[in-house]
Design a protein around this ligand. Structure first.
Ligand code: BES
Ligand code: MN
Ligand code: MN
Length: 463
C-alpha cells in the first residue's frame, strides 16, 4: 500500500511523540492512589480515537477502571474487527532498579534493538502495542483504505484480572458484535523471526496463610517447642514439586492435553539459543520439568511458582522472634484443557491436607483465567499470516506464548468471537520488570502490518 507508506514516512516522528506522551501517564491499575492517572489515561486514549476519526467514542465507567470504546462502521456488508488492548500498566517497582524513571520515556539503543527502543513502564505492555492500532487506523482513514468496520475496546484493568470486562461484554453484546477480535499484547520470536501466538496459558492464583501460635513469641523461650509457621510454610511449598520438577498436587495433570510429537518437533525448530538465554538472565543453569525443553516448559506445560512470601521480622537489623503467621502468593500457569476453577479446588484440598496439626492454614483464590489455543486454519489466522509475511518478508511461525490473557477465552464464550494474537514485542523486552522497553522497529513494524491484516481479512472473508 504505497499511499500508506508515504503517509507513514511523513508522520512517523509524530507517531512516536504521541506514544511518548501516553507513556508519561502512570496508569497503574493495581494501586488506588493512581486512579486519577488511570482516568487521565482513559481520557487521553478516547481523545486520540476521536482525533483520528472514530465515532461513538465513549468512556464507560465500571465498578473499577473505565473502558474506552470507539468505532468506525464503513460498510454494513464488510466484516467487523474488534480491537482489544489495555491502557493500564503494572506497578514499576522496584524503582531503584530502573536506569531511567519509568514514566519519563527515553529512546536508547540496545543489542537486540540497534535502531533504538523506548524505555518506560507500559512501552510494550500494552500502550505501545494498542497504540499501533490507533495509528494504523489513522493511516487507513486518512488514505481511505479502511476495508473493514472497526471497533476499539481498550480497558484499564487487564493487569489486575479484567474484573469488570466480562459484565461490560455481556451488557453490550450487540454493540461489540464482531467477526474477529484483534489483539497485540504478545511477543514475536525475534525481529528476524516473526510469529503469531497460537496458545496462551491459563492462570490459577492462590494465597495461603499459615498460623502457628496465637501471637509472636520469643524465639529463645519458645523455639524448639512450638512449630514456626514460616519454617512449616517453606516445607509445604518445597513439597509441591517432586524430584522431576513435577507438581505434586493430586489430580493436577489429569486434564493436561498431550501435545503430538509433530507439534513438539515444530515448536523446537524455532530459533532459540540456550546459552544466550541463560546469559541474558544471569543464571548458570535452567530448571524445569524433566523431559521437556525450555520452549515446551514455557509453552505447553503447566507450572507452579511462589510469587511472594512473607512473615516474621523483615525490618532493619535482627529481631529474635518466632512468628505467629506466614503467607505466600502462589500461582499456577495452566495449559489446555485444565480448568482454573477445578485446579483451585485441587490446590486448596492438597494444601490443607499437607499442613501438620501444629498449624492452621487458610487458602484463598485470586483471579484466574482459562488457557487458549488458536487454530491455524481459520480465515483470521490466514489473514494475519499473510499480513506479517507482507510486512516482514517472511512467513510467521505459530508459537505458544507462556503468559496469560484471561479475557481471550471470555470473548470466545460471551461474544462468540475468535481472537487473533498478533503481538510485536519480544520476550526480552522486560515487561513487568524494571527497564521495560519496546523496539522502535517493532512499534513501526506493527503499524505497517495492521493495515495489511484488514486488507487480507476483508478479501479472504469475501471469498
Ligand atoms: N500481555 C501480557 C500477557 C503476555 C505477555 C502474553 C507476553 C504472552 C506473552 C498481559 O498483560 C499479562 O501480563 N497478563 C498477566 C495475567 C493477568 C491476569 C495479570 C500474566 O500473564 O501474568
Ligand atoms: Mn498485556
Ligand atoms: Mn502485563
Amino acid at each position: 500500500m504505497k499511499e500508506l507508506k508515504s503517509y507513514f514516512e511523513a508522520n512517523k516522528d509524530r507517531f512516536l511523540d504521541e506514544l511518548l506522551d501516553l507513556l508519561r501517564i502512570p496508569s497503574i491499575s493495581a494501586d488506588p492512589k493512581y486512579a486519577p492517572d488511570v482516568r487521565r489515561m482513559a481520557e487521553a486514549t478516547a481523545e486520540h480515537l476521536r482525533k483520528v476519526g472514530a465515532d461513538q467514542v465513549e468512556i464507560f465507567p465500571t465498578d473499577g477502571h473505565p473502558i474506552v470504546y470507539g468505532e468506525k462502521m464503513v460498510d454494513p456488508k464488510a466484516p467487523t474487527v474488534l480491537v482489544y488492548g489495555h491502557y493500564d500498566v503494572q506497578p514499576p517497582d522496584p524503582l531503584d532498579l530502573w536506569d531511567s524513571p519509568p514514566f519519563e520515556p527515553v529512546v536508547k539503543k540496545t543489542k537486540l534493538h540497534p535502531q533504538g527502543a523506548i524505555f518506560a513502564r507500559g512501552a510494550c505492555d500494552d500502550k505501545g502495542q494498542f497504540f499501533m492500532h490507533v495509528k494504523a487506523f489513522e493511516m487507513m482513514m486518512q488514505q481511505n483504505k479502511l476495508s473493514c468496520n472497526v471497533k476499539f475496546m481498550i480497558e484499564g484493568e487487564e493487569e489486575v484480572g479484567s474484573k469488570n470486562l466480562e459484565k461490560f461484554c455481556r451488557d453490550n453484546r450487540k454493540k461489540l458484535s464482531c467477526d474477529v477480535v484483534l489483539i497485540s499484547d504478545t511477543s514475536i520470536i525475534d525481529n528476524q523471526t516473526p510469529s503469531l501466538t497460537v496458545g496462551l496459558r491459563g492462570l490459577c492464583y492462590m494465597e495461603v496463610e499459615v498460623t502457628g501460635p496465637n501471637k509472636d513469641l520469643h524465639s529463645g523461650v519458645y523455639g524448639g517447642a512450638v512449630a514456626n509457621p514460616v519454617n512449616v510454610l517453606c516445607q509445604m511449598i518445597a513439597s509441591l514439586h517432586d524430584s522431576k520438577r513435577r507438581i505434586t498436587v493430586e489430580g493436577f495433570y489429569d486434564d493436561v492435553e498431550k501435545v503430538s510429537g509433530k507439534e513438539r518437533k515444530a515448536m523446537n525448530e524455532a530459533p532459540y539459543d540456550e546459552k544466550q538465554y541463560m546469559k541474558s538472565l544471569g543464571v548458570a543453569e535452567l530448571m524445569g520439568e524433566k523431559g521437556f525443553t525450555t520452549i515446551e516448559r514455557t509453552g505447553i506445560r503447566p507450572t507452579l511458582d511462589v510469587n511472594g512470601i512473607w512473615g516474621g521480622y523483615i525490618g532493619e537489623g535482627a529481631k529474635t522472634v518466632l512468628p505467629s503467621k506466614a503467607f505466600a502468593k502462589i500461582s499456577m500457569r495452566l495449559v489446555p484443557n485444565q480448568d482454573p476453577k477445578k485446579i483451585e479446588k485441587l490446590f486448596a484440598r492438597h494444601f490443607e491436607k499437607l499442613a501438620p496439626k501444629s498449624v492452621k492454614v487458610k487458602v484463598t483464590a485470586h483471579h484466574g483465567g482459562y488457557p487458549v489455543v488458536v487454530p491455524t486454519n481459520s480465515v483470521e489466522y490466514k489473514a494475519a499470516e499473510k499480513a506479517m509475511e507482507q510486512a516482514f518478508g517472511k512467513k510467521p511461525l505459530p508459537q505458544r506464548g507462556g503468559g496469560s490473557i484471561p479475557i481471550v477465552a471470555m470473548f470466545d464464550q460471551v461474544l462468540d468471537a475468535r481472537s487473533v494474537l498478533m503481538g510485536f514485542g519480544l520476550d526480552s523486552d522486560d515487561i513487568h520488570s524494571p527497564n521495560e522497553h519496546y523496539g522502535l522497529y517493532n512499534y513501526y513494524k506493527g503499524i505497517e502490518t495492521i493495515p495489511y491484516f484488514y486488507q487480507f481479512y476483508a478479501s479472504l472473508k469475501k471469498k
